[in-house]
Each structure stands twice: as structure tokens, then as C-alpha cells.
Design a protein around this ligand. Structure first.
Ligand SMILES: NC(=O)c1ccc[n+]([C@@H]2O[C@H](COP(=O)([O-])OP(=O)(O)OC[C@H]3O[C@@H](n4cnc5c(N)ncnc54)[C@H](OP(=O)(O)O)[C@@H]3O)[C@@H](O)[C@H]2O)c1
Length: 429
């Protein structure tokens, strides 16, 4: 495992004006801020709404990778003139749900890109907690076996018929197409975003899901502004690190929860003004102290059952308490008309709560997911544009703290689930 902190070196950080200058050169008639992405806009929506169960809707679970032994590769009649023959690639495969040990390193046959598709040779693949949910079956892949992973960056190596806005050699990245734990994968062209030359592909692979999630959380779910006080759980995690940096840059006072001193140091340097060690301290009491009893404007809670629950409603026997010290949960940290944003469940899915839990303070409660904030190609590109611009300007320092060879994805998952990681985790094919 190789540790890499702050991989966005000064030389890679173009400021806004440099980025816009480069954009302007490509398409001078369009305003610099919107320029680079506009010609990638698709004519159709790529709506990704999925069925709702107890858990929030997962992203689409289609994948172009097929294990030769288990399912034959689909024959695609209309191959592009530029397409080459189907080939074998190495990938991580899940044949049965379970722990990290279910990952198998296998040869799989990659079909040829069909209408509107491209083949991408991955340079880097991001690991996300959602991959754990899929491996365990919390979210369901459409079939077994499947190749996990939703986030990667790489080079276009084959362009399918009907794709006019991408060419071989382009660097692209994507946040929502199952099958990323592979050397190469076939992706619908309208699901990728172009990676500006100033952004290292390893960084791009780290911010597709995590960075774009941060974007909608601080800019759209709740619009963070100067004067706000916010609580971020798991402040040193992949999303947490970016969330603290962005919210702090927007002028908010940031309170972050972490489990270790090392993570506290990172969160501090990411702009956290107050740190709470939530394994040892009652975070609700600490938030009240920090805010002089007022509470925070918004809680961003991705930990789930261990932090979200409020003991007023945790009366069923066997329900877990986060800590003997914590008698209440995230809802209790909010001020009047505060926003409860529950966007993940790394410790488990919170129990349902009654409406009466949010009535006493007229709270807002939402359980958002990235795929509902990027329902159209335009939304996808605008979100990516905002993330890349904030990296280029230095607001976001992407911490790629852990890299593993793609074949070692099981070790990476084990480390993530055991809370040994901070910042982003990347697999290198
Ligand atoms: N809704 C969306 O659109 C969306 C999109 C992306 C990610 N997410 C969610 O955001 C969260 C963070 O994702 P990530 O990939 O960046 O992961 P991450 O935050 O890097 O890793 C999870 C962190 O959660 C904390 N944690 C607390 N209790 C835990 C437990 N019982 N088991 C494991 N970890 C625990 C740990 O930090 P400490 O050691 O400091 O406690 C751990 O490092 C996940 O819940 C994920 O599902 C949601």
C-alpha cells in the first residue's frame, strides 16, 4: 500500500483563469465557465431513477463485463468502424455476496462498444463505501456474478457508432456505471465527463463520486453560506475530507467527528474548526457546548445507525447505542428549522423515525443520493465542472491517501470497513 498525500501538486493546479483560457481556445464562442462541457451535452436524459426499498435507491447496476465461463458475451451487430475485436481483461468479480474475501481476480471478456458507447482503459479506479454495500448485498446488483465499482478515470480506446463528441485518446471519468473494478470497461458515452488536462487521472477517479456528492451536498441539498455552523460526521473520510474543505471555504464554521488523533489532524487541516472524538465523547453535548446551546444549521450524516438515532425513539430492545455517552443523536444537534441530511450508512441503515421526531424543531429531513442530482447529462457535467474548478482553484485538495493494485481490492475493502483509511482510496490497474 502506497501512501500519497495531496497528490494535486502545485504544478497540476491550474487556476481558474488558466483553465478558462484553455477552454476558450477550444470553443471561443461559448462563455469560458460553461465552455468545456457544453459540446458533451447529450440530447437525451440519462435518468437513473431506481426502485425504492428500505434503503435509498442505488445507482444503475448494468455492466458490460461478462465472465466467459458464466455468461456469453452479447453479439453486437453494429460495431463501429473504429471498434476492435472483443478482448479479455482482468477484473474483480463477485460470484457470491459477502466479505472482502468474495472478490475473485479473473479474466473476463469485454464486448465491443455498441451504439452510443465507448471503451475506456482505466488509469485509476475510486473505491467508495457504496462498493461495500454492493459486495454485501445491501444494494443489489442485477445479477451474479458482477464486477463492482462505480468510479474511474481513463483513456478512450474505442469509440462505438453514433458517438460524435469523443475520440480515441480523450481522457474521461465517470461516477455511476457499475463495473469499474476492471482494467477496461464499456461505458455509455453520455455517462462520462471529460477530464481537463490540469487534473491528474488519479485525482479525477477520486472525485467523481466523492467530489460530486460533496458538490450537491454543500451547494444544492443545503446551500452552505458564511455564518452557518455545520456538523460533518466521519470528517476525515473520502467525502468528509472534501466536505469540510468546501464548507469551510464557503465561510461556514465546521464541526467534525472523527475516531482517531491522526484523522483529527487531517480534519483540522481540511478546515474543521472543532473536532469531536465521537467514540469517546458525547457528540450531542459537545455540539451544544460549541454552539452555546443553539445547535447547528445542518448535519451531514453518512455514518447512519450509530449517529443518526435519537434515543427518544430508540426504545426497541436490541437497538444499538452509538456510545454509552451518547444518549441522543444527530437530530438533537440541530437548531430550529435545521437540516438533517442523512446521506450514507457506513455503520448500518438507521431505523425509520416518526414524523413526530422532526416536529418539535420544525426540522427538514432528506435522504439524498448523487444519482438524483445528476439525472441529466447537463447536471452531470455542471456538477463535474464545479468540482474540477474548485480543484483547479485550490479550494479542494484531494487527499489520495491510499493506493492499491486493482488485484488487491479485497485488502482495500477490508481497510475501509475497519476504519483504517482516510481521504480517498484508489485502485491502480
Ligand atoms: N448519498 C450519496 O449520494 C453518497 C455518495 C457517496 C458516498 N456516500 C456515503 O458517504 C459515506 C462516506 O463514503 P466514503 O466512500 O467517503 O467512505 P469514508 O468516509 O472514507 O469511510 C467511512 C468512514 O466512516 C466512519 N465510520 C463510522 N462508523 C463506521 C463503521 N461502523 N464502519 C465503517 N466506517 C465507519 C469511519 O471514519 P472514523 O474512523 O473517523 O469514524 C470511516 O473511515 C458512506 O456512508 C457512503 O455511503 C453517499
Amino acid at each position: 500500500m502506497k501512501e500519497m498525500a495531496f497528490v494535486v501538486s502545485a504544478s497540476k493546479l491550474l487556476n481558474h483563469s488558466t483553465l478558462f483560457f484553455w477552454q476558450k481556445r477550444q470553443r471561443p464562442h461559448i462563455s469560458p465557465h460553461r465552455h468545456y462541457y457544453l459540446h458533451y451535452l447529450s440530447k437525451r436524459d440519462n435518468t437513473l431513477l431506481l426502485s425504492q426499498s428500505h434503503s435509498p435507491p442505488p445507482p444503475p447496476s448494468t455492466s458490460s463485463l461478462t465472465n466467459k465461463k458464466n455468461s456469453p458475451s452479447p453479439v453486437r451487430a453494429a460495431a463501429a468502424s473504429t471498434a476492435t475485436a472483443a478482448k479479455m481483461v482482468k477484473a474483480i468479480r463477485v460470484h457470491e455476496l459477502g466479505g472482502p474475501e468474495v472478490f475473485k481476480w479473473e479474466d473476463v471478456e469485454l464486448g465491443e462498444p455498441g451504439e452510443g458507447e465507448i471503451r475506456v482503459k482505466h488509469k485509476a479506479i475510486g473505491i467508495n463505501f457504496i462498493d461495500v454495500y454492493y459486495r454485501k448485498g445491501v444494494y443489489k446488483a442485477s445479477s451474479l456474478p458482477f464486477t463492482p465499482g462505480f468510479e474511474a478515470a481513463g483513456e478512450v480506446v474505442v469509440v462505438g457508432p453514433g458517438v460524435t463528441d469523443l475520440k480515441v485518446g480523450d481522457m474521461v471519468a465517470y461516477p455511476g456505471h457499475l463495473g469499474a473494478y476492471s482494467e477496461e470497461q464499456i461505458v455509455p458515452a453520455d455517462k462520462v465527463v471529460p477530464v481537463p488536462p490540469s487534473i491528474d487521472p488519479v485525482v479525477a477517479a477520486s472525485v467523481m463520486l466523492k467530489g460530486m456528492t460533496t458538490q450537491y451536498l454543500v451547494r444544492r441539498t443545503f446551500k452552505v453560506e458564511p455564518g452557518h455552523t455545520i456538523l460533518v460526521h466521519a470528517a476525515a473520510g473520502g467525502v468528509g475530507s472534501l466536505l469540510c474543505q468546501w464548507a469551510s471555504a464557503l465561510g461556514a464554521t465546521v464541526i467534525g467527528t472523527v475516531s482517531t488523533k491522526e484523522k483529527a489532524e487531517q480534519a483540522k487541516s481540511d478546515g474543521c474548526h472543532h473536532i469531536i472524538f465521537y467514540k469517546e465523547e458525547d457528540f450531542v453535548t459537545r455540539v451544544k457546548e460549541i454552539t452555546s446551546g443553539k445547535g447547528v444549521d445542518v448535519v451531514y450524516d453518512s455514518v447512519g445507525i450509530d449517529t443518526f438515532q435519537c434515543t427518544h425513539f430508540k426504545v426497541r430492545p436490541g437497538t444499538r447505542l452509538f456510545s454509552p455517552l451518547a444518549e441522543k443523536g444527530s437530530l438533537d444537534c440541530l437548531k430550529l428549522r435545521g437540516y438533517m441530511v442523512s446521506f450514507g450508512q457506513s455503520s448500518g441503515t438507521p431505523e425509520p423515525i416518526p414524523l413526530s421526531a422532526i416536529a418539535p424543531k420544525s426540522l427538514f429531513l432528506t435522504r439524498p443520493t448523487l444519482f438524483h442530482y445528476t439525472t441529466t447529462k447537463e447536471e452531470l457535467l455542471e456538477t463535474a465542472e464545479d468540482v474540477f474548478a474548485n480543484i483547479a482553484s485550490g479550494v479542494l485538495r484531494v487527499r489520495v491517501n491510499h493506493t492499491y493494485p486493482l488485484s488487491q481490492a479485497a485488502q482495500a475493502h477490508s481497510d475501509l470497513e475497519n476504519r483504517k483509511t482516510s481521504g480517498s482510496i484508489v485502485l491502480i490497474p
